[in-house]
Design a protein around this ligand. Structure first.
Ligand code: SAH
Length: 247
């Protein structure tokens, strides 16, 4: 008996930003596993014929293990994440759990991509990620802050636009301010900064500011922060990064 595990990115918010493949994977699943707000995000696709397995914040390994165990037992399972499941999401945990099984017990696996917060936010801001850019999480729950800071310093010195995930929460109130200080050592004070909270969801909020003026208190755990590069300017209400000029 071989089940199937679909590791599904639901996109940033509502159905408008979900792929059809993601919807099919959730609809066709017998078991849907996810953090409770991600299950809520796809409750228009689930019904009483399915088993929903909610999990708490932080219990990611447990959710991945539950999903893999159910798929190994022969069920069609969808493990849902917001955004893209491979970007600070559940995909790597789940794939490692599948790989750890004896080969005869491994379920079939598919990873279904989703619109990640960086591109959802960029679209609301205009086109700030039009050149090379980097994503970085400011969370120091899985890596020590020294490692985060070392990456930030290295990136600050490049001319990459940045999308900062997990910028701030009540338990991690100072990291975004520190990140802006480090960036300011290399980038001009008028470098554009976009704060996008709840992209694609109720309460969506977009603020444009600069490295010197940004109010980091406006960011929370559902905010992604976009930092411009040297080619990013404000055009009307947009943040626009000019494309590279090819000689
Ligand atoms: N897998 C997700 C990221 C999970 S990490 C993805 O691909 O988008 C959680 C962080 O993602 C949050 O702290 C926030 O920085 C960002 N994020 C996720 N959804 C968001 C949304 N709808 N609007 C703004 N930021 C979001």
């Amino acid at each position: 008996m071989t089940g199937r595990l679909s590791i599904v990115g639901l996109g940033p918010g509502g159905p408008a930003h979900r792929t059809r493949a993601a919807e099919e994977a959730v609809r066709n699943a017998e078991v849907v596993v996810g953090y409770h707000s991600y299950l809520a995000q796809c409750n228009d696709l689930t019904g009483e014929h399915q088993t929903l397995v909610p999990g708490g914040m932080g219990a990611e390994q447990q959710r991945a293990d539950d999903a893999v165990a159910a798929a190994a037992d022969g069920f069609r399972v969808a493990l849902v994440s917001s955004g893209d499941a491979g970007v600070y999401g559940m995909a790597s945990l789940a794939l490692a759990a599948v790989a750890a099984l004896p080969s005869g017990e491994r379920p079939a696996v598919q990873v279904v991509p989703g619109v990640t917060a960086a591109t959802a936010a960029a679209a609301l801001l205009g086109a700030p990620l039009a050149r090379d850019f980097a994503c970085l999480t400011l969370s120091d729950l899985l890596a020590p802050w020294e490692a985060v800071e070392a990456r930030l310093r290295a990136l600050a010195a490049t001319d990459l636009a940045l999308a900062l995930y997990n910028p701030r929460s009540s338990g991690r109130p100072w990291q975004l301010g520190r990140a802006c200080e480090l960036l300011r050592e290399h980038r001009c004070g008028d470098t554009p900064v976009g704060l996008v909270t709840d992209a694609g969801r109720d309460g969506e909020r977009v603020t444009v500011s600069t490295l010197d003026d940004v109010d980091v208190g406006e960011a929370g755990m559902r905010t992604v922060v976009v930092i411009g590069c040297c080619a990013t300017t404000r055009l009307q209400d947009w943040l626009v990064t000019a494309r590279e000029v090819t000689p």
